[in-house]
Design a protein around this ligand. Structure first.
Ligand code: NDP
Ligand code: HSE
Length: 431
């Protein structure tokens, strides 16, 4: 029998607890498949009751302070499941790598903020760095990009990467309830955080999208180059107009390779009801890739939760046990070159806009004139007769137009006396 891979687990919360359970429950299957035992030798959590709740054997050294564990443990691999871009998680990571230990994490925030540096350090130290659970939870998308799709040039990668947002948009569509009500329900169900900003403002999706972009396009991780929009401004009216127009609204992370660079952004968009990703509902995640040899591939599954996320962390542990590694971001750090970022202003595409207008003569004519001046062509228009306080929603979709022109026109339209509030604009993606 080969020597055991000794692992130390920092954080026994939702994901850490799942990993501890899986290592205990699937011990035999992992032994057979990895050809060596995987042994949990140390664990750390602020709540000392967690060790017994999870039934950890006495052989596991117990720590309250994860920093102390990272400094002292003689485990081969340290697994960080605490969270946060900086602070304790980042400290443990640096300690592990500098001590020549393998490192595994589900912490997309830390990778999005420090990924380039961590890739450099892990390569310098020649240690394993696993982060499968950081993107799309249980879906093995990092592995698919690093291994299964390694020979392909990826031209497009996009996906639903935040289960909380997908749940909110799905329930709004199914029940007609407004955003705030569904968000409160999601919080009660434990899907959304008490402070849900990371989820609903698109930040969590951006963390995951920039990791996917680095893998798919070989660019350095850089959140600052991304445009990030969330779903706070989506109203129940937009959801029902989308249905009427044959679309669904989904929050997507979207990466595309163009001749003159790469674009990588997060925004809610209208996608045709016939698109396969339009049917990925509730807390499910999905990632779609276009590779030059393999063509179109779609990955669907649970993007969060104790067991699906633990499944991804344990896949990394198995890789470490079997010495399956390679550079953290697929391409060796010294080979990574800056790539020109194509901004959203350069996008040419279709658009949906909801204006809130005073119901009086000449309003549509004023709006149409401004759009015409900016060379933005109206594809369809929809107005319901019911007004609330004399204000009515006016819906327009635009033919393929330059985003820069659309934004210029919308800024001018917003200044009109007859237009109340900022127009709500959504990109249409014919996926
Ligand atoms: P939890 O909050 O459930 O768990 C974190 C655990 O770490 C808690 O038990 C906490 O203890 C413990 N902890 C905090 N600080 C310390 C410390 N200094 N020393 C020791 N233990 C500490 O988080 P999750 O399990 O949900 O998330 C963990 C990571 O996984 C995050 O990076 C998250 O983004 C990522 N992730 C989570 C997913 C999910 O579905 N939950 C999905 C994909 C990724 P206490 O509770 O007592 O404070
Ligand atoms: N908050 C995330 C989600 C958890 O809702 O998908 C997994 O990263």
């Amino acid at each position: 029998m080969s020597e055991a891979l000794n692992v130390a687990l920092a954080g026994l919360g939702t994901v850490g607890g799942g990993v501890a359970k899986m290592l205990l429950e699937q011990k035999e299957i992992l032994l057979k498949r990895c050809g060596r035992p995987i042994k949990l030798v140390a664990a750390a959590d602020l709540n000392k009751a967690r060790f017994d709740e999870l039934g950890l054997p006495d052989s596991v050294s117990r720590f309250r302070n994860a920093r102390e564990m990272a400094e002292k443990t003689d485990a081969d691999v340290i697994i960080e499941l605490i969270g946060g871009a900086d602070g304790i998680a980042y400290d443990i990571c640096l300690t592990a790598l500098n001590r020549g230990k393998g490192f595994i994490t589900a912490n997309k925030a830390m990778i999005a903020h420090h990924g380039n540096e961590l890739a450099r350090l892990s390569e310098e130290k020649g240690v394993f760095f696993g982060y499968e659970a950081a993107v799309a939870g249980g879906i093995p998308i990092i592995k698919s990009l690093r291994e299964g799709l390694i020979g392909n040039k990826i031209s497009e990668i996009y996906g639903i990467l935040n289960g909380t947002c997908n749940y909110i948009l799905t329930v709004m569509r199914e029940t007609g309830k407004p955003f705030d009500v569904v968000l409160a329900e999601a919080q009660k169900l434990g899907y959304a955080e008490a402070n849900p900003s990371f989820d609903i403002d698109g930040i969590d999706t951006a963390h995951k999208t920039c990791i996917l972009g680095a893998l798919a396009f070989g660019l350095p991780i850089d959140l600052k180059t991304m445009s990030i929009e969330g779903i706070r401004f989506i109203s129940d009216a937009d959801i029902s107009f989308a249905e009427e127009l044959g679309f669904r609204i989904k929050l997507l992370g979207v990466g595309r390779r163009y001749e003159n660079g790469v674009s990588l952004n997060v925004y809610p968009c209208m996608i045709p009801q016939t698109a396969e990703i339009a049917h990925v509902d509730g807390v499910f995640n999905a990632v779609i890739t276009e590779g030059d040899f393999v063509g179109h591939s779609m990955f669907v599954g649970r993007g969060a939760g104790e067991r699906p996320t633990a499944s991804a962390v344990v896949a990394d542990i198995a890789d470490a046990a079997m010495h399956r590694g390679g550079p953290m971001l697929m391409v060796a750090n010294k080979e990574v070159e800056p790539v020109r970022i194509v901004s959203l202003a350069e996008r040419e595409g279709e658009y949906y806009v909801r204006f809130e207008v005073r119901d009086r003569p000449g309003v549509v004519a004023d709006i149409s004139r401004i759009l015409g001046d900016e060379n933005v062509s109206i594809a369809s228009m929809l107005q319901r007769s019911q007004t609330v306080g004399g204000v009515v929603p006016l819906i327009m979709t635009f033919h393929k137009s330059k985003e820069r022109s659309v934004m210029t026109a919308l800024n001018k339209i917003e200044q009109l006396d007859s237009v109340v509030n900022k127009p709500c604009m959504l990109r249409i993606e014919r996926l």
